[in-house]
Ligand binder design. Sequence first.
Ligand SMILES: [Zn+2]
Length: 201
Amino acid sequence: MTATCPQCTASDEAVAVPEALADARRPLDEPVRAQLAAPLLLPPEPEGVGGGAITCYVLAGLVGLLQLRSLVAEKSRDEEVRDAAYQAGAVLGPWIVVALLLGIGVAVQVARRRRRAAKARAAGLPTREEWSPELRDQRKRQFRVWEAAWLCRRCLVAFFPDGAVRPDFPASPAIPVGEFPLWVVTAAERAFGPEAMAPRT
Ligand SMILES: [Zn+2]
């Protein structure tokens, strides 16, 4: 299938958007790729534990293990040191270190989650908690529109040929790449939104 660019009225550089994104021989510039990217259909991956927190937990586990071993060893050893304060320090000290390491691990993890949530908000992505069936349907509608989009590599504009979105949808004008995401959102609701699908009265 070919399509004609509404700006240069040629079809030699026009290519379907999904195809343009997948073309490894002529990769698009990163900013253009970002604007043309497919609407996200799945909720974001659940967050794993970050490397910093894991290091803290592993260290806490090691200190705890060493301390348990030395406790066992001490029982069989002659009780040379009888100073109560020294003994309390020797026994409690490592456990305080363990508690501190665990605390730092949790704090690092909370900070990481906050950073990621802020990043997702800045990118306009819903968090896992915000993901709902309505949002998923909305994204599916946007995906249908996105699939029908074309790109003219010469003009760097997106466009929808006549009837591409829906058989009764007229051709779009040339859409600057920067306006493409908003165009997809708007066209998705116009073409497939609850109002468009409701029976006409
Ligand atoms: Zn063109």
